[in-house]
Design a protein around this ligand. Structure first.
Ligand code: PNW
Length: 451
């Protein structure tokens, strides 16, 4: 037992790591898996870094036992993974493919043997291509199909999993997939159509909350994993903190706020004007279905300050000298992980929060002695965990933390050029080598504290 430290986390704090199906599994043609939009997109020349695809990725589909051994060596209490919809329903709906679920059952059994608690995400962006062919998230039917798949899958796995998340990062797959086109399916919709896609994404979440509840055994907990904008006060004084509260609701109006409140904010609808989504009161009730826990993915902050304008805040944009990690969007803003759960708990009274992702990319290299000295990742993690400890010490109900990621993997449009793992993966040989940050994280877990 580690001695209590002033920088301890609460007893029983759940230390974990996270991955996602398309980023690690590979085996894209195996056991009846149907194609997803990421198979299609990544094979279109010019869409991803160096034409990289997830065809093989970490070959986790075959190496999951080795990967769970890595988790065990770290002392992980929990592991967040996602299910590939098109393994379970190769065309998104209809007749299920039992071989697809068998893989997850094997993997879950191995986790349980290792004493690691699984947290399951039902959608981490790999939409079945057959559904995209019918309009994808532009089609309301996709939300219904998702709820059917989620309910079926949760029922099949209810004996092995007690925590389910519906969707991962709604704004990433909607805004980047249907807005800028940087992610699959690579569309650039006009604002009104995009706002309708946003609406169907939150509707899919709400419908799935209901179908998972109906299908699983009592005590099963349902949540979401959302990278809500962390509207941190640029200076922590009363006026700016008040501004951060307002900003948190408004900057997250299209996703987290509507999920928590079952209502779009007036300012959001006004801003969209004629491009506002079409919705019914019944849909809004479904979207606002109460959750058992809230998962927040946290990478960086959106700094705000008080302003004497109509809305009461303004964003403070980072100057070009603001430090960032290997990914140029990943500004180092440790207070994000204090303010994000704190504001969610203050505003919506959330009682159970998990940081479902936090981590960073680094230009990792193997040193002549075979080690990977990722001191910048350790710096990043130490600073974020210090702020997370500050949150728990202030009574913010954060129950666990999932480091992104257990190992280097397929970083979407950036392919294999950005490494987020605390384990180095040689993508030629599939050899895994824990980085120095693994040692750091192992120490934090063992002590349940920062030094
Ligand atoms: C999250 N951006 O994605 C995802 O949930 C993971 O799948 C991903 O690997 C991880 O964070 C690291 O990127 C994001 O460009 C991808 O702003 C891109 C952005 C943000 C989040």
């Amino acid at each position: 037992m580690a001695a209590p430290s002033p920088r301890s986390f609460p007893p029983g704090f759940l230390w974990g790591s996270a991955t996602a199906s398309y980023q690690v599994e590979g085996a894209v043609h195996e056991d009846g898996r149907g194609p997803s939009i990421w198979d299609t997109f990544s094979h279109i020349p010019g869409k991803t870094h160096a034409g990289d695809t997830g065809d093989v990725a970490d070959d986790h589909y075959h190496r999951y036992k080795e990967d769970i051994a890595l988790m065990k060596a770290l002392g992980l209490k929990t592991y967040r993974f996602s299910i590939a919809w098109s393994r379970v329903f190769p065309t998104g709906r209809g007749v299920p493919n039992p071989k697809g679920l068998d893989f997850y059952k094997r993997m879950l059994d191995e986790l349980h043997t290792a004493g690691i608690e699984p947290y399951c995400t039902l959608f981490h962006w790999d939409l079945p291509q057959a559904l995209e062919d019918k309009g994808g998230w532009q089609n309301r039917d996709t939300a219904v199909a998702f709820a059917d798949y989620a309910g079926y899958t949760a029922k099949q796995l209810s004996d092995r999993i007690s925590h389910f998340m519906t969707l991962n990062e709604l704004d990433s797959f909607v805004e980047l997939g249907y807005g800028t086109g940087r992610f699959a399916p690579g569309l650039q919709l006009e604002l009104a159509k995009l706002a309708q896609v946003r609406h169907y994404s939150v509707l899919a979440h709400g419908l799935a909350v209901q179908s998972i509840r109906a299908a699983t055994k009592a005590g099963t907990k349902v949540g979401v994993a959302q990278d809500a904008k962390a509207t941190a006060p640029v200076i922590e004084d009363e006026a700016n903190i008040r501004a951060a509260h307002i900003a948190m609701r408004e900057e997250n109006a299209e996703y987290l706020t509507v999920i928590m409140e079952g209502k779009y904010t007036d300012a959001y609808l006004k801003k969209l004007g004629p491009a506002a989504p079409r919705f019914t009161p019944e849909e809004m009730k479904i979207i606002g279905s109460p959750l058992d826990f809230l998962g927040l993915n946290c990478y960086t902050a959106d700094y705000v300050r008080a302003a004497a304008n109509e809305i009461g805040y303004e964003q403070v944009h980072n100057p070009s000298s603001f430090p960032h990690m290997a990914s140029d969007w990943l500004f180092v803003a440790p207070e994000a992980i204090y303010w994000l759960p704190r504001l969610a708990s203050d505003i919506w009274g959330v009682k159970e929060i998990y940081i479902t992702e936090n981590g960073c990319s680094s230009d990792d290299h193997i040193a002549p002695d075979g080690h990977i000295y990722d001191s910048d990742r350790i710096m990043y993690l130490r600073n974020y965990l210090t702020q997370l400890q500050r949150a728990t010490a202030d009574g913010v109900p954060v129950k666990g933390y999932f480091l992104w990621s257990l190992m280097d993997n397929y970083e979407w449009a950036d392919g294999y050029s950005k490494r987020f793992g605390i384990t180095y993966v040689d993508f030629q040989t599939q050899k895994r080598t824990p980085k120095m940050s693994s040692d750091f994280y192992k120490t934090v877990i063992a002590r349940n504290a920062l030094a």
